[in-house]
Design a protein around this ligand. Structure first.
Ligand SMILES: NC(=O)c1ccc[n+]([C@@H]2O[C@H](COP(=O)([O-])OP(=O)(O)OC[C@H]3O[C@@H](n4cnc5c(N)ncnc54)[C@H](O)[C@@H]3O)[C@@H](O)[C@H]2O)c1
Ligand SMILES: Nc1ncnc2c1ncn2[C@@H]1O[C@H](COP(=O)(O)O)[C@@H](O)[C@H]1O
Ligand SMILES: O=P(O)(O)OP(=O)(O)O
Ligand SMILES: [Mg+2]
Length: 275
């Protein structure tokens, strides 16, 4: 195995193989234990209609139900949040995930378009040109603001859907979808997440669909793999310790180095890792 590959696997704590049943239990227990320890009774997560939030959402709902049952306290709740930017192309997937699989205690919907557009307008009036790509990151941060507003109101926690196949490339918006209190999918790669959804009997179309951040107006539903220049099959194989093509391995390692800052707390004068 490549030396850097070994370091990355160790850093992101990826297992070369998993037992989906055990992983589901471990991660439901993690969310359950977090609520028990902190006393928090509300868990909040944006549901996009993609694989990761479908899985994390179901794990959250199962954990909340377990905690509610053992305490007889009906204040425990999972709030699924729909956060479209105007009209969302795969809205029906999001609603299928919510209604047919996650079955959350509560669903809220906040259209992030007015806030995003108002922010872009104010920035442009201040003389800052905002590219479509940069606007995409503003959308992700607006989603973070909404989830924290809901969590703040209920004294709850915000869930992030980051996992090893995103963490390795830093494929998330810093303090946007990267901003969260707990990340129950950490350490899993993309195909392992899919295996958990299969075990949980999720609708197949929700874990077979093409992963997308869907952040850009100019490139709606753009596949993550197109933006990254490397496919999840290669990323997963790399994270599970397999030999992959040199070009793909170099690409992954370049992303890893470039996005190192995202996997740390803000850099302080006492830090040296970034030098
Ligand atoms: N449709 C899409 O697929 C789409 C659209 C938009 C964004 N994205 C993805 O979302 C992610 C977010 O984009 P991003 O990474 O450009 O934006 P980001 O905001 O997440 O990170 C960039 C910010 O990080 C900080 N930063 C950069 N280098 C640093 C360093 N060396 N040390 C400390 N801080 C540093 C700076 O504040 C910079 O503005 C990317 O992976 C991107 O590809 C995807
Ligand atoms: N349209 C959306 N509605 C609700 N939540 C969303 C939406 N888009 C993204 N999210 C949340 O952000 C994460 C990250 O999404 P990526 O596709 O990985 O960029 C997603 O899991 C949702 O929690
Ligand atoms: O984070 P999600 O739920 O949008 O999943 P994906 O990354 O597969 O789009
Ligand atoms: Mg998505």
């Amino acid at each position: 195995m490549r030396k850097m590959q070994e370091q990355i696997i160790d850093d992101l704590k990826v297992s070369p193989s998993i037992d989906p049943k055990e992983e589901v239990e471990k991660r439901v227990k993690f969310i359950h234990d977090f609520m028990q320890k902190t006393g928090m009774k509300t868990i909040v997560l944006g549901i996009s209609g993609g694989q990761d939030s479908t899985l994390a959402g179901r794990l959250c709902q199962l954990a909340v139900e377990r905690r509610r049952q053992e305490t007889n306290d009906d204040d425990y709740q999972f709030i699924a949040v729909r956060l479209p930017y105007g009209t969302q192309a795969d809205e029906s997937d999001a609603m299928e995930a919510i209604n047919d699989f996650i079955k959350p205690d509560k669903t809220m919907r906040v259209n992030i378009k007015p806030a995003t557009d108002a922010m872009v307008k104010s920035l442009e009036e201040a003389g800052a040109d905002i590219s479509d790509f940069n606007k995409g990151n503003i959308k992700a941060r607006e989603r973070m603001i909404v989830q924290y507003a809901i969590a703040g109101q209920y004294g709850g926690a915000v869930v992030g859907t980051d996992h090893a196949a995103e963490a390795v490339t830093g494929f998330y918006t810093k303090f946007g979808d990267g901003g969260a209190d707990i990340t129950p999918l950490s350490g899993l790669d993309k195909r392992q997440g899919k295996a958990l959804l299969q075990y949980l009997k999720a609708p197949a179309n929700l874990y077979e669909k093409t992963p997308t951040a869907d952040l850009e107006d100019d490139k709606p539903m753009r596949a993550d793999e197109a933006a990254l220049g490397v496919c999840y099959e290669d990323i997963d194989n790399y994270l599970e310790g397999h030999v992959i093509a040199e070009k793909a391995a170099t690409k992954i390692e370049d992303w890893y180095k470039k996005t190192r800052h995202k996997r740390h707390q803000p850099i302080t004068p006492l830090d040296t890792w970034w030098k």
